[in-house]
Design a protein around this ligand. Structure first.
Ligand code: ZN
Length: 379
């Protein structure tokens, strides 16, 4: 097993306070994971992420496979060492980007042939290849190769997509189990290269999570969950959400699928959400979430604050000497004014993305910290 999941407390409404012990970090859950697409959480240096309290960040397999390439990253000791990030990482399977970014996709039971969005070159991804790439990258957690069912999808389409995802989950798991000891930082005399082993812990390898699909059909979701649990993954994700469906449907799907998953394994909802959503889902018993929203919105000048959303480009902030968020104690809010952030945005300065993103991440990570304290206190 690649991880230990220690549940410290469960509330009446199902919220869980836990600790996820990974090779590079003991992660406090529920956790929000900033998205580090191509080996960087856009515009934010790794030491600042550490200061903000980020414990687990994402890397996108599709992007890293295309550039600089997983073999190059393996030769350099894996993704942690390459990007100088000593804490925990998770890589997605590449599936989502293959389906959303690449061109001329051709899907078969064997895998997906696609053309790179960078240079049009042809590539073929199979569950086995996704595992090989993710093992070479060497994140603490890898994800099974799946097809993210689009919304809306009629029932036959959702059923066919689920059939593929379940077959790929089995193949992902089998290949992962056969090759997991090839992770670059795990060897007879090698330890995780950047950080020391966690205190008192034995050396552990990567973990693999399965992904529940099934579109918005609850019986297909149940079938998906049951079959994955039978395969016995290290953790379970709920995928295929935040793909354009109404918010009530996201909530309903999460609340129905959570009880189908084993209580003693981590549960990860992929690609959500707005600040109030991540709090709500964490209180329902979701242990892990990731979303590009705080980082992407920041680059467009949208700040999440205790006073609601602030569009920093607005003219009314031109001479506003107040902090971006009066209730926020982050390094940006302590030092800079709304007027200055607006000016940086207007002037197209590179610092704009950095400062906006730091605040938004501090806001998201702060929400989760408050939720963890609240869950620990029983509510
Ligand atoms: Zn702030």
């Amino acid at each position: 097993m690649g991880l230990d999941f220690n549940l410290l407390n469960t509330t009446e409404s199902g919220g869980r306070r836990g600790q996820l012990s990974l090779p590079h970090r003991v992660v406090e859950t529920p956790v929000f994971m900033p998205v580090g697409t191509a080996g960087t959480v856009k515009a934010v240096p790794q030491d600042v992420l550490e200061t903000l309290g980020a414990e687990l960040i994402l890397g996108n397999t599709y992007h890293l496979y295309l550039r600089p390439g997983h073999d190059a990253i393996r030769r350099m000791g894996g993704l942690h060492r390459f990007i100088a990030w000593p804490r925990a990482m998770l890589t997605d399977s590449g599936g989502f980007q293959v389906f959303s970014l690449s061109q001329l996709r051709k899907v078969s039971d064997e895998g997906v042939r696609f053309r790179s969005h960078l240079d049009g070159s042809s590539h073929f991804f199979t569950p086995e290849h996704s595992m090989d790439v993710q093992i070479a990258l060497g994140a603490d957690i890898a994800m099974a190769f799946d097809e993210c069912t689009e919304y809306p999808a009629d029932r036959p389409r959702a059923q066919e997509s689920l059939r593929l995802t379940m077959a790929w989950a089995r193949r992902s798991l089998d290949h992962f189990r056969a090759h997991r000891d090839e992770v670059p930082w795990l060897g007879e005399d090698r330890v995780p290269p950047v950080s020391p082993l966690r205190p008192g812990g034995e050396q552990r390898g990567q973990s693999l999570f399965g992904i529940v699909q099934g579109g918005m059909y609850q019986d297909l979701r149940r079938e998906s969950a049951e079959r994955l649990v039978e395969m016995d993954f290290d953790g379970y994700a709920i995928g295929g959400l935040s793909v354009g469906e109404p918010r009530e449907l996201t909530l309903e799907t999460i609340s129905r699928v959570l009880p189908m998953l084993p209580a003693d394994k981590p549960r990860y909802v992929m690609g959500v959400g707005y600040p109030d959503e991540i709090e709500q889902y964490a209180r329902m018993g979701v242990d892990m979430m990731d979303c590009v929203l705080p980082t992407r919105a920041a680059r467009h000048g949208l700040l999440f604050t205790s006073e609601g959303r602030v569009n920093i480009k607005a003219a009314r902030y031109a001479e506003d000497q107040g902090p971006p968020d009066p209730a926020c104690n982050c390094m940006v809010c302590r030092r800079y004014s709304r007027a200055y952030l607006r000016h940086l945005m207007q002037a197209g300065e590179a610092l704009s993305a950095t400062l906006n993103t730091i605040h938004n991440l501090a806001y998201y990570l702060g929400i989760m910290e408050r939720v963890r304290k609240s869950l620990a206190a029983g509510g």
